[in-house]
Design a protein around this ligand. Structure first.
Ligand code: DX5
Ligand code: ZN
Length: 219
């Protein structure tokens, strides 16, 4: 049986002056997760928002929080993001001093651990941790900003991860993030992705429900 495609709405594309309204809107439209892009101005050239804002959204919706840390020293902040209501905490393999320990700490906090890979980072960097994580996030743009163009070369990495997943009978989700729209969703899903992060394509639309349905059907 084909497993269900999940949609994670990326808050980065929302109107920040109306966050409460925006998150309620995507929840009503039927997304599965709220994707929270945490940027520190060091690992990426942008600053977004921190645990205080995430925490304040907790009371507004029931959607699980999918927290994507694009920060240096992720070890230092996981506790706060867990307290702020994160269900999934994903860190970049490029930032972790000891990925295995960090994965364990995230789990101890009651969250699902994930690892993200930049477009240029090879699968070999996460291979030793594939048994320990619940999710691998393949960046399909260079992290830092919403509204960028999908990088097709990242599809090969998705296929490689999907092959390992099936061959070794592993359980992690395969999430893609950046430049996802109807066409690129189709490509990502056929390469093995089962969670699609969608920012601009969703928030810019007046027909969110329709877009979600199309994306979920693999375009
Ligand atoms: C980029 C972020 C993405 C981004 C996706 O660094 O990780 O989550 O917000 O936005 P779109 O869908 O607009 O590319
Ligand atoms: Zn993201």
């Amino acid at each position: 049986m084909k497993s269900k495609i999940k949609i994670a709405a990326s808050l980065l594309a929302a109107d920040f002056s109306e966050l409460s309204r925006e998150v309620k809107m995507v929840e009503r439209a039927g997304v599965d997760l709220l994707h929270l892009d945490i940027m520190d101005g060091h690992f990426v050239n942008n600053i977004s928002f921190g645990p205080g804002i995430v925490n304040s959204l907790k009371a507004k919706i029931k959607l699980p929080f999918d927290t994507h840390l694009m920060i240096e020293n992720p070890e230092r902040y996981i506790r706060e993001f867990a307290r702020a209501g994160s269900r999934i905490i994903t860190f970049h393999t490029e930032t972790a001093r000891n990925p295995k320990e960090l994965i364990k700490s995230i789990r101890k906090l009651g969250c699902s651990p994930g690892i993200a890979l930049n477009p240029k980072t090879p699968v070999s960097q996460v291979r030793p941790f594939l048994k320990e994580v619940d999710l691998i996030l393949v960046m399909t743009v260079n992290p830092g900003f919403g509204g960028q163009k999908f990088i097709p070369a990242t599809l090969a990495k998705l296929r490689e991860l999907k092959r390992i997943l099936s061959k070794k009978n592993l359980k992690f989700d395969l999430e893609v993030d950046g430049g996802i729209n109807r066409e690129t969703a189709k490509m990502a899903v056929s390469a093995g992705a089962n969670i699609l992060v969608v920012g601009t394509y969703l928030f810019q639309s007046k027909k969110m429900k329709k877009r979600i349905k199309e994306l979920r059907c693999g375009g």
